[in-house]
Every structure is written in C-alpha cells, then in structure tokens.
Unconditional design. Sequence first.
Length: 173
Amino acid sequence: MTPSFHLRATSPTDQEQIAALYTAAFPEEDLVALVEDLSPKPGVLSLSAMIGAQLVGHVLFTRGRLEGRSAMVALLGPLAVHPDHRRQGIGKALIADGLTRLKAEGVSQVLVLGDPAYYSRSGFRSGSRIIPPYPIPAEWAEAWQWQRLDGAEDDLAGRLVLPSPWMRQELWG
C-alpha cells in the first residue's frame, strides 16, 4: 500500500530535504543551486509534498512579466519527485495546487520548459508564443509550453522577464 501524501507551502526548515530531493531526482543535473537561489524569495511560490515528515516532492513557480504587458505570468520549475515515490500523482498534485494558488492571485498564464508528454496531462499546450529569456534549441520547441489560468483561450505573446536566478543561458538549453 502506498502511503498518502499531503501538500503544503514549503518551510525554510525544508531546505536540506529539498537539496537531497533534487540530487536524488536528477543525479545528472545540478538544480540545487537554482532552487536555493529562488526560494524562499518574494515572487516565488514553493510547494512541498510530504509523507509524514519526509519531503517527497517539490515545485517552484516563479512569477514574471512580459515586456510591455500588464498580464501576470509564472514559470513552473523545477519540479522534482523522489524516485521512490514516482507514479503516485505527487507531481500532478503539486502542479494542480500551484495553478490553483496562482489563479487566485490573478496570474494569467503559466509556462514550463519540460516534457510535453508529462506536462500535457496537467493541461499544458506546446509551442508558446512567449519568448523565453534565451533562445531554446529548435528540437525543444514542443517543450516550451503554456496554460492560461484566466479563462482566455489564446496564448499570450511577448518577451518573458524573470528574476535574476533564471537569467543564465545554460538553464535554457
């Protein structure tokens, strides 16, 4: 039987478990520095999935804006689920909770650069017209995805502006 999990806002005391989670979930990538640079920071929504006192999932949503536009947007990522707890709905639940919270705050659209097969299950569509801070490789075009939260059907357009931790070219391909 799979133990049930619960979601909550991340606590500053979770940082050690978060670092261990990203190391276990992505052994070939070093996402710990980015996660530490982003949380806890104003404008960043950080959510954790817990089984008892063990942190088994984590996601960040970074609020941003589009140059010359008033619409609020957010970037989903990174998202990690411990390898021992995958395929239990934890990642999808973290995404859904984040989208609900962002919608309540008036965020118009959320973007993600990730696997279309995975993120489409949470309502994301490939091929956003929003221009990321750095060009992404052509073979990743379908991985640049979007989802409107404000009820509109069309993808927004413009250049994405994010906080400084996201302004490193290597994060974009």
